[in-house]
Design a protein around this ligand. Structure first.
Ligand code: GDP
Length: 407
């Protein structure tokens, strides 16, 4: 009899263990790529940031994985037949996923907003060039208009020289002639040869990794969120890395952006190690076969060395997975010369590959596009034209210049 009872107990334990294993593996497979924020895999911070000052994590280091994070559930399921039933049914309902606006032609759709804020530059230039007598005072006013719009001293001089030369041979100056001439010259100044595509194509098995840097307050986190929407709108899958652990609300803010379009956000504790989070984000991107990993970073300009240490470390650690595809610098267009100085510091710290100019809707200083490209030698790739979720547009020189000059 005792032997019989023992056999039944052993059999029950064995059945329990096998169901546990089955549940564990089912759970892993069924983990939705766009799991809601309350799922611990997304929000649970790593037990401890694992990147030491000098000892960055390697792929071999023990870390919390999706499997490990779900283990407590599995253990409970092994003990309780109720929990074994169907873990998927118990999962919280997925949040409603938004469908972002398509990105093609976005700048044209936002042109009215851009044109409104840039009125004084384009319209001012046209009005001045249309004067009957283009005397020295007028040319000085043209120069001033360009300088006030933050075009920068050297590019302003170049443009004025070219305009002077071309107006001279023009003879009669019809408004249409002047508009065409100004458009052509402004386009040359802004540059039509740059490759302005954000690089989001990577290896077959690995996601493209884009790091977003810039001084806090420039719109970095917002831009990272908007960029995730741009990518999702274009059919790409995205993982977000909330490596701005300095600003208290940054991770929540980023996660809200991610949740809205079904992009997973990897985050850590406030004040945690940004490099560790960035590393985990890329690891997660690889694990779930994402197309792109976007990493938001902190932009404290406390000291150049401090910034260099922090961003340099994030970059180094991320590159243990493979090279970075893009480092985007976010710059607030309203900050003028100050913004340019910041841009130069960042460019010394990391190799910027593209510029995102935010808040162009709130300034008439669109000339900063020209100045910052000259200062860093890299193109403006995206522009922010408002606080709305889809107010980020690929930068198109022609649409931009059209907006400057107006119809
Ligand atoms: P971070 O500290 O650099 O991450 O800055 P945030 O992303 O939190 O943005 C700072 C503020 O700038 C927020 O209120 C954003 O809504 C706002 N912002 C960002 N981009 C734009 C833009 O293109 N236009 C306008 N008007 N506001 C923007």
């Amino acid at each position: 009899m005792e032997i019989l009872i023992l056999a039944v107990v052993i059999a029950l334990v064995a059945v329990g263990m096998i169901s546990g294993l089955v549940v564990s593996s089912r759970k892993k497979k069924q983990l939705p790529p766009s799991a809601p924020s309350s799922t611990p895999t997304i929000t649970a911070p790593p037990a401890e940031p694992q990147v030491g000052e000098d000892a960055a994590p390697t792929a071999e280091e023990p870390r919390r994985t999706i499997e490990e994070v779900t283990l407590p559930d599995t253990a409970a399921a092994t003990d309780s037949p109720v929990a074994v039933e169907d873990p998927v049914v118990e999962a919280p309902a997925a949040p409603e996923i938004e469908v972002p606006e398509p990105t093609a032609g976005r700048l044209i759709r936002l042109r009215a907003r851009l044109a409104r804020s840039q009125n004084s530059l384009g319209k001012g230039l046209l009005t001045l060039l249309s004067r009957e007598h283009l005397d020295e005072d007028t040319w000085e006013e043209i120069e001033e208009t360009l300088l006030i719009a933050d075009v920068g001293v050297v590019p302003t001089q170049e443009l004025v020289d070219r305009l002077r030369a071309r107006v001279k041979v023009l003879g009669t100056r019809t408004p249409a002639d002047l508009r065409a001439l100004l458009k052509e010259e402004l386009l040359t100044l802004v540059g039509t040869d740059f490759d302005r595509a954000v690089k989001t194509e990577s290896g077959v098995d690995t996601p493209a990794v884009v790091m977003v840097v810039g001084v806090n307050g420039t719109g970095k986190t917002t831009t990272t969120g908007k960029l995730a929407r741009v990518l999702v709108a274009d059919g790409r899958s995205v993982v977000l890395g909330a490596a701005d652990t300095f600003r208290a609300a940054a991770a929540d803010q980023l996660q809200t952006w991610g949740d809205r379009v079904g992009a997973r956000t990897v985050r850590g504790p406030e004040g945690g190690d940004p490099a560790s989070i960035a590393f985990d984000a890329v690891k997660e991107g690889i694990a779930e076969g994402a197309d792109v990993v976007l990493i938001d970073t902190a932009g404290r300009l406390h000291t150049k060395t401090g910034l260099m240490d922090e961003l340099g470390k994030v970059k180094r650690v991320v590159e243990k997975h493979g090279p970075l595809d893009e480092i985007l610098l976010v710059l607030d267009a309203t900050t003028g010369q100050n913004g340019l100085t910041q841009a130069r510091v960042f460019a010394e710290v990391v190799d910027i590959t593209g510029i995102v100019l935010t808040k162009l809707d709130g300034t008439a200083k669109g000339g900063i596009v020209v100045a910052v490209q000259r200062a860093l030698g890299v193109p403006v790739k995206l522009v922010g034209l408002g606080e709305g979720p889809d107010d980020l547009a690929p930068f198109e020189p022609e649409a931009f210049v059209d907006a400057l000059i107006g119809d």
